[in-house]
Design a protein around this ligand. Structure first.
Ligand SMILES: Cc1cc2nc3c(=O)[nH]c(=O)nc-3n(C[C@H](O)[C@H](O)[C@H](O)COP(=O)(O)O)c2cc1C
Length: 355
């Protein structure tokens, strides 16, 4: 019922407005609701999956549900108090960067309604790691909610170049670990929309980055956010580096950069230079999850992300080998009850499998 109301009434109205503005309004609303017990109760009443049956312990961290909010929605860490009441077991704040980033020139976001996708050209807009740490230290998420932090390289001229880029990531991770903020860290090595390009997806550069980051001592799990446009051979070379440098796992994956895969090209005109989300990531990310699991067994924790628009898409990713899931676009197209629906289906599937 809530789903039908969202699709038939609320979504048509929301989709009349600029997506960046709608996003901003929802973050402000979520922030306010999260501050008050009555707001948290109301959202929980509408959108929370009440069971504990889907709890999973991954790399020593207990996730109440396997569904996380992917990096890019709560980029300033303002929603940690409310997301646990929307069925999420975790979120990735950010991506955060060493210095604040104003984001790319507008337009930064465009809906592709027929394709159930978004064109994303945000350029890592965020307030910078220090300000975000201060905010997250005051956040009081419900017990059992897992706070991941996605770290990227500041999107400005100062961080272009290998050494400068590495030191930029290093600063953010150092500050987060010193302040003990975050239950896991994801190194975003695949952001398509930044100054100097996506320069840590070559194995040599990736090894330099991860080797440097491993000199920071902490006991939290670390993951790498993978690109999805490589062929298996190049992707596997990155996995070898990730294995060698001792990260716990991978998020598969980031946005799709191949506009040729858009079934309705008019929805992604050239002036929107960005990555494509939603259904345009689904097949690529699921195939890479499957190949990673079948080639590497249990070596990596795999967080499956990209194009989870229905419970069936979530099941497909889990069956391909994902341990946990993350999403954004599905929530925008199908509404905030999507996560609860997925959990209900997972629970049903689990109890059928047991009986
Ligand atoms: C508006 C928006 C902003 C994003 N920003 C980031 C980011 O800062 N860091 C990152 O690692 N991924 C970012 N992403 C990619 C998502 O985390 C995710 O990998 C991608 O959207 C595929 O998932 P989905 O199909 O469920 O949206 C962003 C995605 C969207 C839609």
């Amino acid at each position: 019922m809530i789903g039908i109301l969202y699709r038939k009434l609320l979504r048509p109205v929301l989709f009349c407005f600029d997506p960046d503005k709608v996003h901003k309004a929802f973050v402000s609303l979520g922030k306010i609701l999260g501050e008050f017990a009555v707001g948290r109760w109301f959202i929980g009443w509408l959108y929370d999956y009440p069971g504990q049956k889907l709890e999973k312990k991954i790399d020593g961290v207990v996730h109440r549900t396997p569904i996380g909010l992917a990096a890019g929605f709560d980029y300033n860490g303002e929603l940690a108090n409310i997301l646990p009441y929307m069925t999420f077991g975790s979120e990735e704040v950010g991506s955060v960067t060493a210095r604040p980033c104003p984001g790319n020139p507008k337009p930064r976001l465009r809906r592709m309604v027929k394709s159930k996708a978004l064109v994303v050209y945000k350029g890592l807009k965020n307030q910078g790691v220090d300000r975000i740490i201060a905010r997250l230290k005051k956040a009081r998420p419900r017990g059992g909610f897992v706070l991941g932090i996605s770290i990227a390289k500041t999107n400005d001229r100062e961080s272009v170049g290998l050494e400068k880029g590495i030191e930029d990531y290093y600063y953010s991770l150092k500050r987060l670990t010193e302040e003990q903020v975050g239950d896991f860290y994801t190194i975003n090595i695949s952001c398509p929309n930044v100054h100097g390009g996506e320069d840590f997806s070559s194995p040599e550069r990736l090894e330099k980055l991860l080797t440097r980051l491993r000199t920071i001592k902490h006991d939290k799990p670390m993951y790498a956010k993978m690109p999805i446009n490589q062929d298996w051979d190049s992707f596997n070379k990155m996995l070898k580096v990730i294995d060698k440098t001792g990260l716990h796992g991978v998020v598969i994956g980031n946005l799709n950069k191949n506009y040729d895969e858009a079934p309705y090209p008019e929805e992604a005109p050239n002036e929107y230079r960005g990555g494509l989300s939603g259904s345009l990531c689904r097949t690529r990310s699921t195939e890479l999850i499957r190949q990673t699991r079948s080639n590497w067994g249990d070596r990596f924790t795999i967080i499956g992300c990209g194009g989870i628009l229905t419970a069936e898409d979530a099941i497909e990713k889990l069956e391909a080998g994902a341990d946990l899931l993350q999403l954004i676009t599905g929530m925008i197209f199908h509404g905030p009850h999507l996560m609860k629906n997925i959990c209900r289906k997972l629970e049903k599937k689990g109890s059928k499998a047991r009986s």
